[in-house]
Design a protein around this ligand. Structure first.
Ligand code: TXA
Ligand code: MG
Length: 319
């Protein structure tokens, strides 16, 4: 059962331990409560999508303790640094190209070459980040489609039994999510209006923010910039054809594999959370082995299967 703990030093230390072990902790920020997991672990991040009941792998915000941590994760152009100096810690999220050697896992980035970063301005969130010493991936701590929670009680209503701990730090004061600005285009783009007004950001930047290109904001999973494998994927395969490799689930295809076939199983024991955690790594592995054609086993459309299938369908779409 989920423990709601007052956010004192002892429970923050315990929360960091839970995160280090791959667990989920809901915690207060100055905007809304976040549903946190170790951002460096695909396994832990897969549990976020599972707990929220998200139908697709949206990219998540990686919360970091300080600007040095941010610079390890992203290549921050001058404008981003200016905004970071003006608004961090605070309700500003900066999207920028992921740094080579950054630690935020690909699942948290939903396969994008960019990463979303923010230093929250809340003593509990900061203490948790310092105690963990790693970035924390955290969307708002509500079930998918519900409103964002601003109290521990709201979080408990949505996520009891789905998170390992809820840190109660009182009411989140902003009540509105962070403003998201992307530095992945020629000029900065306002991806999501939020707790810091556009005018304030434009003033600090000394430039106007461009409007986002419609569909990219509402459904970032649709963008072509997501990692797409070179290999051709044949979904819902019941057999492995000559020359194909296989992306298996629950050992369905492995039993039928001719000798010498490369078979990667998303989850030999048929666990959808494990499959989500392995998805991007396995697709990359197939590419790095120079595979041209892949038979992909049926993945059930329940739980995280919906998001996995959504991603596989996009990855198999003609390009
Ligand atoms: O105030 C907030 O931002 C809260 C607290 C917990 O920090 N978090 C939050 O997270 O609102 P979430 O997951 O509900 O919203 C994250 C947004 C999504 O709209 C997502 O599409 C966008 O950030 N995002 C994340 N990474 C991105 C990327 N690499 N490129 C474009 N958009 C990105
Ligand atoms: Mg949300």
């Amino acid at each position: 059962m989920t423990k709601v703990a007052p956010a004192d030093a002892a429970s923050i230390a315990r929360a960091a331990e839970i995160l280090r072990e791959g667990g989920l902790v809901a915690f207060p920020t100055e905007t809304v409560y976040g549903l946190g997991a170790d951002a460096t672990s695909a396994w832990a991040v897969a549990r976020i999508y599972d707990a929220k009941g998200r139908p697709s792998f949206n990219p998540l915000i990686a919360h970091v303790a300080d600007i040095d941590a941010a610079r390890r994760e992203a290549v921050l152009p001058e404008g981003a640094i200016r905004l970071a100096e003006a608004f961090w810690p605070g309700p500003l999220t900066i999207v920028a190209p992921a740094a080579p050697g950054g630690s935020v896992c690909e699942l948290a980035r939903a396969g994008l070459p960019s990463v979303a970063l923010r230093i929250p301005d809340h003593p509990v969130a900061r203490a948790l980040l310092v105690a963990l010493g790693r970035p924390i991936a955290a969307p708002s701590a509500n079930r998918s489609g519900h409103v964002s929670p601003v109290t521990a009680a709201h979080v408990a209503q949505d996520l009891t039994g789905r998170v390992d701990m809820i840190l109660d730090g009182g009411r989140a004061t902003a009540g509105l999510e962070s403003t998201i600005v992307s530095f992945c285009e020629a000029s900065p783009v306002l991806l999501r209006p939020g707790a810091i007004a556009r005018e304030k950001i434009e003033k600090a930047l000394g430039a106007k923010l461009a409007a986002p290109a419609g569909a990219e904001v509402t459904a970032p999973g649709m963008t072509a910039s997501h990692y797409a494998p070179d290999a051709r994927l044949r979904l819902e395969a019941h057999e492995i054809n000559a020359g194909e490799a296989a992306l298996d689930f629950g050992g369905r295809l492995s039993a039928l594999a001719p000798q010498g076939t490369l078979v990667l199983d998303l989850s030999p024991r048929g666990d959808l959370v494990e499959a989500a955690a392995n998805l991007f790594a396995h697709l990359r592995e197939l590419d790095s082995r120079g595979v041209a054609d892949v038979a992909v086993a049926h993945v059930p459309e329940r739980g995280l299967g919906e998001a996995i299938n959504d991603r596989l369908r996009r990855a198999s779409a003609p390009r």
